[in-house]
Design a binder for this molecule. Structure first.
Ligand code: NAD
Length: 342
């Protein structure tokens, strides 16, 4: 292998490696946050990162979030992530992913690769040529509708547990981003009679939801201030920050986006003190990883029973958050940290 691999040290992480092969335009990082509950699973993300720090922050934050997500979903998996420097439209090649497979293989099963933004099923197939440590290569479908189902279940659970609302008919929901997850979520909500307010800079996605689901479109900057029952962030990470939380006018926030809080130390409390309940993102959006696990282990028949963990976890978390009067995000973290310590 002509690729240079360096072992780096990162407190709190089991492994962190950097690798580079200039000839193949392969350059990236793999972080293994934890393998306490099983091999660390996480996506391979390719992005034109501006600098090393940006890529490092991403790989550390995302691999840790995967540990929490898998543990909260009761899966025998840990958290890992791979980030690649590059433009997915220009820099991808089968040779690059074959070589990445060798890098992944050198971790001896500690990291299980999966698809993420900037990579696709054919890239996972190219990785598979040189390592078995990759998931989603024989996938029949997209996990996004399963993620949307979990988010839908999460919304229903929060409204029932916290507001005794047992029917979703007539509720108002603002969805930020109607892509692979946001659209099937909107479909489910439309079918039960919810009123939808949406935003998306992608005109095609916006037209589809307006035409098929009678949704009202607003400018992306106006989505936060809509007077609704539910705000569902389904676009990108960091949507909840000091300014956007200030604008919110809803009962609950429950969406699919990963790492919804810009500042996890302060933002959950600001949201909670405003009287808005939040479905912790990694609990609510676990449908995708549950789906991936079932496919990888040839247990797709267990998918629906396993999805029941999402409402179950929320029913454990919410009463504790009510009793302690703290943000559900912190209760979820405590629960996972206890599991990881045992
Ligand atoms: P996607 O790219 O298919 O959809 C995202 C949508 O958000 C796109 O239509 C995009 O145009 C839109 N968008 C971008 N900027 C926006 C803005 N400022 N305002 C409103 N909309 C904006 O991605 P996805 O697969 O639907 O994932 C959505 C989120 O859920 C991501 O944060 C992803 O990490 C997370 N997530 C996805 C899955 C899954 O199964 N796909 C699983 C877990 C978490």
């Amino acid at each position: 292998m002509d690729t240079t691999i360096k072992q780096l040290k990162q407190p709190g992480y089991e492994q962190l490696i950097s690798f580079e092969n200039a000839k193949l335009r392969l350059k990236g990082l793999i972080a293994v946050h934890s393998t306490k509950l099983g091999p660390s699973m996480g996506g391979v993300r390719m992005r034109p990162y501006q600098n090393e720090d940006e890529a490092l922050t991403d790989v550390l934050k995302l691999s840790r979030a995967m540990t929490y997500k898998a543990a909260a979903a009761d899966l025998p998996l840990g958290g890992g992530k791979c980030v690649l420097f590059g433009d997915p439209h220009k820099d991808k090649s089968p040779a690059l992913f074959n070589e990445l497979g060798k890098v992944i293989d050198s971790l001896k099963g500690a990291y299980l690769a999966a698809e993420d933004s900037g990579t696709a099923i054919e890239d996972m197939k190219a990785i598979r040529k040189t390592t078995k440590s990759v998931t989603g290569t024989n996938r029949e479908g997209d996990p996004s509708p399963v993620t949307a189902l979990g988010v839908f279940q999460g919304i229903a659970t929060l409204l029932e547990v916290l507001f005794d609302m047992r029917r979703l008919e007539g509720i108002k929901v603002a969805i930020q981003g109607v892509g692979n997850v946001g659209y099937p979520l909107a479909e489910r909500l439309f079918k039960v009679g919810a009123e939808l307010i949406v935003c998306d800079p992608n005109e095609k996605n916006l037209e589809r939801v307006k035409k098929n689901l009678k949704a009202t479109a607003v400018d992306p900057k106006d989505i936060f201030k809509q007077e609704v029952d539910v705000f569902a962030p389904c676009a990108y990470g960091g949507a909840l920050n000091k300014e956007t939380i200030n604008q919110l006018n809803c009962k609950i926030v429950a969406g699919a986006a990963n790492n919804q809080f810009d500042d996890e130390e302060k933002d959950p409390t600001q949201l909670h003190e405003k009287g808005i309940w939040h479905a912790p993102d990694y609990v609510n959006n676990a449908g995708g990883i549950i789906n991936l696990y079932c496919e990888h282990t040839n247990q797709i028949h267990t998918l629906m029973p396993r999805m029941a963990i999402i409402p179950k976890r929320l029913r454990e978390i919410l009463p504790v958050a009510q009793e302690k009067n703290i943000a559900p995000f912190y209760v979820a973290n405590e629960l996972v940290e206890k599991t990881l310590q045992n």
